[in-house]
Design a protein around this ligand. Structure first.
Ligand SMILES: Nc1ncnc2c1ncn2[C@@H]1O[C@H](COP(=O)(O)OP(=O)(O)OP(=O)(O)O)[C@@H](O)[C@H]1O
Length: 338
């Protein structure tokens, strides 16, 4: 791999600072980021247990699943931002080359859940974006200031607001400023971990739409970590559904969320209201709880909660299999979807 931040930094060809917008109807199929067998471990306990997926050039991939499934640690491993006590292994390639510390913040940028963690409290947001431009692209002070204004205008922040400190902006405006900061140096990949959780529902959708638009405009791919399936449905080209540190189902959004093959995806979807659900309907909830990290199960980790579990599921780990344009980790996934 390594997925940690201690690998040597190879040289990369100079990066173009301007890329063409992505035509979403004709997304290229090659992988920009290729993750294979990623594991994250705390003191001998695997919490991410061999995760593999690709993020294609220009696409949005949503990493979804219940709380504790391993979504954030997967994203943090890609960013080299794991807690000190964690170890990681597996392969993470960007354009076919191992990701290095130098890639992080440049070729791979982050949009965090909390905008304040990405912004300095003591400088106006415009200055912070200008500084990022100067340090990565070596622009002059004047050029950086003018490009920063333009980047903020592109996310709907006026020149007057660009002189504000982060605490003087609303939550939605701060998240817009962070999107400008993350995209201004045209990274290849943006990783956004629950980027709108702290915002009200109307602002959430506007900010997610903006994030996707800025990725499209700059040619960046987006790995969107979200526990909300409706967010994945609205914004992602592909979806990876995680359960207990593994990927239960991974494929095109339409296939996974409209015709799920994994009983886990099916159960998650059943617990969500749809446009046709009458008000005050009691939706089914998933019985039981996911296994705690380190809890060993002989078979499929979802078997104790799965309505389709058989003796095979309780005694043998399912291997990921390619089926109907997706990867499914379930012994019974070849059966008719339900
Ligand atoms: N520092 C840590 N030490 C030990 N275990 C940890 C640590 N951080 C996370 N974990 C465990 O790793 C598992 C995956 O955590 P992670 O934060 O990736 O889940 P998640 O899917 O992002 O959940 P959420 O949606 O709640 O953020 C959880 O069981 C969590 O308890």
């Amino acid at each position: 791999m390594p997925a940690d931040s201690r690998s040597p930094a190879p040289s990369h060809p100079p990066r173009a600072q301007t890329r063409h917008p992505v035509d979403r109807e004709t997304l290229p199929s090659e992988a920009l980021l290729s993750v294979s067998g990623l594991r994250v471990r705390f003191g001998g306990v695997d919490v991410v247990r061999g995760v593999s997926f690709d993020v294609r050039t220009g696409e949005v991939l949503a990493l979804t699943g219940e709380s504790g499934a391993g979504k954030s640690l997967t994203a943090r491993a890609l960013l080299g931002m794991l807690p000190r006590e964690a170890t990681a292994d597996g392969t993470v390639l960007l354009h076919g080359t191992p990701v290095t510390p130098a890639d992080r913040g440049r070729r791979i940028a982050i949009v965090p859940q909390d905008a304040l963690s990405a912004l300095s409290p003591v400088h106006p947001v415009g200055d912070q974006i200008a500084l990022a431009l100067r340090s990565v692209q070596g622009l002059t002070r004047k050029d950086a200031r003018s490009r920063a204004q333009q980047a903020l205008a592109e996310v709907g922040i006026t020149a007057a607001a660009s002189r504000a400190h982060p605490h003087e902006l609303s939550g939605g405006m701060r998240q817009r400023a962070v999107i400008a900061l993350a995209t201004v140096n045209t990274p290849d990949l943006l990783i956004a971990d629950e980027p709108t959780t702290s915002l009200d529902p109307t602002t959430q959708d506007a900010v997610l739409t903006l994030l996707r638009e800025r990725c499209t405009a700059t040619g960046a791919s987006l790995l969107l970590v979200t526990h909300a399936l409706d967010t994945a449905r609205s914004h992602a080209d592909h979806v990876a559904v995680m359960y207990a540190g593994t990927i239960a189902e991974y494929g095109p959004t339409d296939h996974v969320l409209n015709r799920p093959l994994s009983p886990y995806t099916t159960a998650l979807l059943a617990s969500l209201p749809t446009a046709d659900t009458p008000p005050r309907t009691r939706l089914p909830t998933l019985p039981g709880k996911p296994p705690t990290p380190g809890e060993t199960t002989a078979g499929c980790a979802f078997a104790p909660r799965c309505p389709r579990a058989t003796d095979l599921c309780r005694t043998q780990h399912p291997e990921p299999r390619a089926l109907d344009q997706r990867i499914v980790t379930c012994h019974h996934a070849a059966l008719e979807p339900r």
